[in-house]
Ligand binder design. Structure first.
Ligand code: CMC
Length: 436
């Protein structure tokens, strides 16, 4: 953070003394006005529900230029990472700030692969769930439960503990997601196979059975890996801010990540991939491409409460760069699986085209986001719709940990504690129950 020569002056129309506020410059992106002393000096808070204009922290990890539609991890554009690196290289970058050299990559891959197994007790814990439980309900429980299984890495103030829990979380998430899936369909769990790549191992645990060898398809493995890279981090989104706020109390890292999983589940956030695919399937059932006009009319009707899922973003006011890469991956995967005539993909492209020409979407700068196409890719890979958000959680785990560790390591870090504008009854006396 560099202090700017420019200062902001806050003045009041009632003649109260004005206040000078410092401005800071980042390396890129909007400047921020430092309001930390505002309350002490004026007795007033700022009001910004939904954080529309509030930077909650400073960070070196991920940068988004929403107007241009750009996303960078540690300065590297997402399209370069998605086409030239694998997911574990991306994890290394997010956690450590630099891309690994060949030896560092080998050591990191090896380290992660030696932590893929979960405590055998975990499967008995899983058994407490109904078989038809939503995978995100199961994942919230399983990730939270890790703190009960790995007692030696739960001290958030200890950098060694933070490193071990980071590796454990990245390594065990695929195992846990695959276990949640297998439990739901009543198949035996498949243990991790550490000679496989991160993504191939995940697919084998998902789709293998003890009866037959599983041969991962290279195109699908690459697509899976790309989904992980594209979802790995996204600066201070709702779930990441949840992880930071939760972790700011000093709670253990597994509990903080479980809070992130819970937040991600919502349809306005990570749950949008599931909601987008359900939406496409419903339009398809009701007549497909022919019915797009009617559907869009419904979306535009404020009273309908229907949204075009997978469209719009708080930060992107341009095409989400992840959606572009996901659409390319969609083509590749559908070719590889012989689904190139997939009606849902055709429907999605037709819907996108019509929406991008419609004044409602154009004037509000609503473009496809990552979730518009990721569901179609995941479905073609064989992942059931209800598991989509769990796959997102798997990928985002590294971002959550990198952000959490950055916060804990920041000398300026304090417990997060927003203030409020109270608009309820100022004071009331309790009447005896017979007089109420
Ligand atoms: N369909 C129809 N109208 C929309 C949509 C949409 N998908 N998104 C925004 N709008 C309208 C909204 O009604 C509002 O219109 P008006 O100005 O007339 O009231 C305007 O566009 C601005 O929207 P907003 O709700 O103020 O924007 P926001 O920044 O609060 O919400 C969002 C962002 C992502 C929650 C929202 O665009 C949305 O609900 N999209 C659908 C869900 C979705 O795809 N979420 C995934 C986000 S990307 C992955 C992730 O980060 O998890």
């Amino acid at each position: 953070m560099i202090a700017s020569d420019v200062k902001a002056t806050l003045s009041f129309s009632d003649g109260s003394p004005s206040m000078e506020l410092p401005l800071y410059k980042g390396t890129i992106g909007p400047d921020v006005i430092d309001i930390r002393k505002l309350y002490a000096q004026t007795g007033k808070f700022t009001y910004d529900p939904g954080f529309l204009s509030t930077a909650s922290c400073n960070s070196t990890i991920t940068y988004i230029d929403g107007d241009k539609g750009e996303l960078r991890y540690r300065g590297y554009p997402i399209d370069q990472l998605a086409t030239q690196c694998d997911f574990l290289e991306t994890c290394y970058l997010l956690l450590k700030g630099e891309l690994p050299n060949p030896q560092q990559k080998k050591d990191f891959d090896r380290l992660v692969s030696t932590h893929t197994m979960v405590n055998e007790q975990m499967q008995f814990f899983l058994r407490g769930f109904r078989r038809d439980a939503h995978p995100m309900a199961v994942m919230t429980g399983l990730v939270g439960a890790l703190s009960a299984f790995y007692h030696d890495s739960t001290d958030i103030t200890n950098p060694v503990h933070r490193d071990i829990s980071a590796i454990r979380l990245i390594a065990k998430m695929p195992t846990l997601v695959a276990m949640a899936y297998k439990y739901g369909i009543g198949q035996p769990y498949i243990y991790p196979q550490n000679k496989l790549s991160y993504s191939a191992n995940f697919m084998r645990m998902m789709f293998g059975t003890p009866c037959e060898d599983y041969e991962p398809n290279d195109v699908l493995v690459r697509a899976m890996d790309r989904i992980f890279i594209l979802h790995a981090d996204h600066e201070q989104n709702a779930s990441t801010s949840t992880v930071r706020l939760c972790g700011s109390s000093g709670t253990n890292p597994f509990a903080a990540i479980a809070a992130g999983v819970a937040c991600l589940w919502g349809p306005a956030h990570g749950g949008a991939n599931e909601a987008a695919l359900n939406m496409l399937e419903e339009i398809q059932r009701n007549g497909g491409v022919e019915k797009i006009g009617e559907f869009i009319k419904n979306v535009k009707d404020k009273n309908s409460n229907v949204k075009l899922m997978g469209f719009g973003h708080r930060v992107y006011k341009n095409y989400d760069p992840r959606a572009k890469l996901m659409r390319e991956t969609c083509h590749e995967v559908l070719q590889a699986t012989g689904l190139h005539d997939d009606p849902l993909f055709k429907l999605a492209m037709a819907l996108e085209k019509i929406a991008l020409e419609d004044d409602y979407f154009v004037s509000r700068k609503l473009y496809p986001n990552v979730d518009f196409y990721s569901g179609i890719v995941q479905r073609a890979i064989g992942i059931p719709v209800s598991l989509f958000t769990a796959v997102f959680a798997l990928a985002r785990t590294v971002g959550w940990i990198a952000q959490l560790n950055e916060m804990i390591g920041d000398p300026e870090y304090k417990i997060g504690r927003p203030r409020q504008l109270f608009v309820g009854a100022p004071h009331r006396d309790v009447l005896p129950i017979t007089q109420r």
